[in-house]
Design a protein around this ligand. Structure first.
Ligand code: SF4
Length: 368
């Protein structure tokens, strides 16, 4: 019986060895990644990634009933791609307390995703108190809270080690770390787009320390601004190396840079649906040790996120609700999608939806 890979018609000679390696289940090298990046054969690249998705997950695509809450927009980092962060002097700056946050969370969610700016006034007690309150009120939901850069900033403010902060957060209820803050894991690009944020090494180190403590995480990559293909490939390879070491990454999420009201937009590459699909596919192909690749509809838009399910992604993220960060950056996707709508989007891509928890376990198999 012909395999999925036999049906791929590779037109460029540079992709033939890549097809052979992928079909044999062999790991791709940096040069293979660059060959994919520099190829115009989008059909073959997406086809290859689609076959790998199928080999790993069959026809199943996950989604989650979740909620996002962005607890503060006060931030000292000043990233040049960000339209969300504010100074505490700005009229529209805000900080939500635990009550403000809990009233925004509907009953029955399987995951509570909370992130915010690097707010210099917040101490460890704010975060542990919030987690304890959420654990008491929503005992069945996984608390996926505070990105690596928020945790690194907190450790610096409190003069504690990353592991000490993570242990306190875990004791208070932290279940998982979201992937935000990775941007591009390259010092020169970071110095241009987010010079005052945690470094690439610090981002990796927070995830490593979390994994060592049994806290899984997601990872991200913000692409389509001023980075070059080499930066994207090296970013993915750093994540793959970390995963070889710790096996703590559950899902990787490619995030397109959104040309909204932010400093970087004049210098950034034009937005490109071709690049969206290519990055999704190459993420699937290079990250052979990361179980899930997420098509984040809030950033990609619903149509592109649906197409990306045929370019390597096996997950649509979730119902979301309150999220502000992508909205302010220029996303025109709706703020929330119902489970029925998400399921229909997946079915219309010819795939089979399943509701999952934060660890991507099918919800009917999760004993709470
Ligand atoms: S991306 Fe995050 S860390 Fe950077 S300025 Fe915006 S809120 Fe702050």
């Amino acid at each position: 019986m012909p395999s999925c890979f036999d049906e791929i018609n590779v037109t460029e000679p540079s992709l033939k060895p890549v097809l052979e390696k992928v079909s044999r289940g062999e790991r791709l090298s940096r040069n293979d990644g660059l060959a994919l990046e520099h190829s115009d054969d989008l059909h073959a690249i997406c086809g290859l990634a689609d076959c790998v998705r199928k080999r790993m997950h069959g026809s199943r695509v996950g989604y989650i009933v979740n909620v996002h809450v962005d607890y503060t927009n006060i931030c000292s980092s000043g990233c040049r791609f960000c339209a969300f962060g504010r100074s505490d002097k700005d009229d529209d700056s805000y900080l939500l307390n635990s009550n403000d946050i809990t009233v925004r969370i509907p009953e029955g969610v399987d995951e509570i995703h909370i992130v915010g700016g690097i707010n210099p006034d917040l101490k460890l007690g704010f975060f542990t108190g919030l987690l304890s309150d959420l654990r008491d009120k929503f005992p069945d939901a996984v608390l996926k809270t505070f990105s690596a850069v928020e945790i690194q900033g907190l450790a610096r403010r409190e003069n504690l080690s990353i592991s000490e902060v993570l242990k306190s957060l875990k004791d208070a209820g932290l279940g998982m770390i979201p992937g935000g803050g990775a941007e591009i894991l390259d010092p020169e690009i970071r110095s241009e787009i987010c010079p005052d944020k945690a470094t690439a090494d610090e981002y990796i180190d927070v995830h490593r320390k979390a994994h060592e403590l049994g806290i899984p995480s997601n990872t991200t990559m913000l692409y389509g601004h001023i980075e070059a293909p080499e930066h994207r490939i090296d970013h993915l390879l750093r994540l793959r190396d970390l995963q070889d070491e710790t096996n703590g990454i559950i899902a990787h999420i490619p995030l397109p840079y959104l040309h909204g009201a932010n400093e970087l937009s004049e210098r950034a590459h034009p937005q490109s649906g071709i690049l969206d699909l290519k990055v999704m596919a190459i993420s699937r192909l290079l990250l052979d040790n990361v179980p899930h690749i997420k098509s984040y509809w809030r950033a990609l838009g619903i149509r592109m996120a649906q197409v990306a399910l045929r370019a390597g992604a096996d997950d649509m993220d979730g119902t979301i609700g309150q999220e502000e960060i992508m909205h302010e950056a220029g996303s025109d996707a709706p703020r929330s999608l119902g489970p029925d709508h998400l399921e229909q989007i997946i079915k219309d891509a010819g795939l089979e939806p399943y509701r999952r928890d934060a660890l991507h376990r099918p919800i009917e198999e999760v004993v709470k």
